[in-house]
Ligand binder design. Sequence first.
Ligand SMILES: NC(=O)c1ccc[n+]([C@@H]2O[C@H](COP(=O)([O-])OP(=O)(O)OC[C@H]3O[C@@H](n4cnc5c(N)ncnc54)[C@H](OP(=O)(O)O)[C@@H]3O)[C@@H](O)[C@H]2O)c1
Length: 316
Amino acid sequence: MKAIVFEKVKSSKNLVLREVPKPIPQDHDVLVRIHAASVNALDYRPMQMGIGMPKSRIFGADIVGTVESVGGQVSTFKPGDMVVGDISDNGCGGFAEYVAVAEDALVLKPEVISDELAAAVPVAAVTALQALRDKGDIKPGMNVLIYGAGGGVGTYAVQLASYFGAHVTAVCSARNTELVRSLGASEVIDYKLEDITTSNRHFDRIIAINGHHPLSAYKRILAPDGMLVMVGGSLKQILTALFFGSLLSLVGNRKIRTLAAKPNVRDLEFVLELVASGKLRPVIDRRYPLEETAEAMQYVSEGHAQGKVVITIGSN
Ligand SMILES: NC(=O)c1ccc[n+]([C@@H]2O[C@H](COP(=O)([O-])OP(=O)(O)OC[C@H]3O[C@@H](n4cnc5c(N)ncnc54)[C@H](OP(=O)(O)O)[C@@H]3O)[C@@H](O)[C@H]2O)c1
């Protein structure tokens, strides 16, 4: 089968299309013929940092495809089922024609959702859900700031915050203003024109997804009893939140929490159901064929994708 393989070579292009053996499903595995995948930071970050990189690594966490065959102990799926999953806990492998993955990483794809739209859902939408609902304990009527609203996680966070009944203020650049408003933000701030962290505004929840402000700046615009949920941004910012967040939370009632999103099939089913019923809209910026996955990864890693970037691999 064809796969995009990471190879340690001196040239800057180290993601290459290779012919590799088709995986063989183990007892609890499902062999999926992949139709589409999408790019996430967890795909390109390890490569950029050069850490934890096994030889011949195949990236790709978000997958959509058809079940080709199943292992002897598989009870949930049968050949022909259309499935979706975040397979990051199974070693990834989505930028390929086939992957063998544990059945408990997958859910059935609602028929009404296209392959490309479904591929844009798992990591980004579940991250936004866990940030708002689980870490953020979001409630109707809250004033919520989504900082860095234009990307994969941000476009879902705006919609989910609005779905949960919050009043949403979103921060993005001018090119994303109309999009983010159409997703449910009541107010949109262009970060190039205005620094919200120096304003007199106060928010019950701040979901920090992209952008680079010190924790003290976010804390300044938290309402009393407010909470900052750190999702992404600069490495320094995330590490500070991770190591000093609880310490800083001790001063006053304002809390700082750091999200480490986890693949969760129930959460995935929840967001897919919202997509199927038209309450959540995956935003796709670009589509690349499998052969151009390196270009897709490069584009997303530059940090200005508008929503998600999808890799198209085959059709059903
Ligand atoms: N904690 C977790 O468990 C978890 C899980 C998933 C992802 N993450 C992290 O979450 C972050 C976002 O992921 P993603 O997939 O949504 O990334 P993404 O799609 O690459 O984000 C791109 C977006 O970021 C916006 N952006 C860039 N610089 C900005 C700035 N200074 N201020 C405001 N917005 C800015 C861009 O908007 P403009 O073009 O308008 O600048 C673009 O729309 C990443 O850091 C990722 O590592 C964390």
